[in-house]
Design a protein around this ligand. Sequence first.
Ligand code: FCB
Length: 482
Amino acid sequence: MNRREILQASGAFLFGAMIAPDTLYSFPEENNIILPDFKKDDFGKDFLWGTATASYQIEGAHTADGKGVSIWDTFSHINGKIVNNENGDIACNFYNQYPNDIGIAKKLNLDVFRFSTAWTRLLPNGTGKVNQKGVDFYNKIIDQCLKNGLSPWLTLYHWDLPQVLEDKGGWANRDMIDWFSEYTNLCADKFGDRVKNFMILNEPTIFSMLGYLTGKHAPGHTDVTKFLKVVHHISMVQAEAGRILRQKVKNANIGTTYSCNIVQPFTDSEEDKKACEKLDVLINRMYIEPALGLGYASESLPLLKNIEKFMQPDDLQKLKFDFDFIGIQNYTRIIAKYDEKAPLMGIKFVEAKDRNVPNMTTMKWEVYPEGIYLILKQFAKYKNIKKIIVTENGAAFDDKLEGKKVHDKNRVDFFEGYLAQVLRAKKEGVPVDGYFVWSLLDNYEWAEGYFPRFGLVYVDYKTQKRYIKDSGYWFQKFLKKR
Ligand code: FCB
């Protein structure tokens, strides 16, 4: 055993993880990886490179050390909701394997480790009594990042709402503003001495639409009125939490993240264009515009007018917050058309599989690199966005473990294509200053379960062993400090 292997073995022992040391990671000298024409330095000296993760998708240990139940714990256990009825009870066992996993992130030459805190580990009852063991866990994550020279970027909410709060109405209850404030205050107090970079919400569009309109995600509602309330409370929360962090955390860099996709009409017909204009509000504009002081885009999407019913006199003012950065998360593009039979607003997605696209991921998302350029340009049109970070981008492919290798050339091609387009936007003046891959590890992909693999690192869920994919080595080489 060499020194690293001994260290790994003792680390595994100490942290209770059953991992054979020789399969933690093996880093060959540069492998046979061929780099693209562009270089890391072309993005600028201060450009940040990272990976993104989320608590429910990686941690496992769903009942450990006093953790409370989240809506995802509940939802994933309801028969028929998730592909193969899979749940995140164990996931990647990051709760126990984090020293190894953060070590891998460092070895890949990354600057940033993005993770989210599980509200239910910190406040098992949503509010009230603090669970010290939960605080200890995130302190260990943060310290481990710092020890490895990685900057911890903390997402406050990546979808795992405490079930007890859902039982009181969840996001549809205006008390969410107070509940979330309490949680934010706690995170600021406990972690704000070492964590400076915060993202308040992960993709409000997705968790509100899938959780309250289509019912595909937790908590599984399909209720338009609830959805509209939820939209407003989320918007209030994103600004209020921003104010709390600004007041409490010295030198904080505060942002929030949005899933966004360029929306293009299927044909040139006026009807298709109109449908896409509405969809653009739902997908890209609904949450950022209130924060920028523009209110809800109800002129383009009259449905949002109904939100006024839930607004109190000062709300319009309170929706504003001056974010230091906006996180954009992009994977594909959307093509849509008008269809009078489509529910709600007569909008129908034209799926990639019905369009004969040359390249799709396991999620059946079209690989469309120019989409990230176009959406960056669209967001850059807002006058008061100071900085943009791509807080998620990546692809799931049907990876095969061959021996200890995963030759994921399709993923390497994906990154080359998308990064070239990020660089193109940057060269044209878009203030984009960072790029985080989704994700470090293969993980639990919500309603899809475990079959989509997004990681730079392959996870064998049976043994919980990790294997760096070629795309991981690609990043390691691309980011190498020369
Ligand atoms: C994003 C989510 C993230 C992951 C990726 C594939 O929408 O933020 O948790 O599921 O998609």
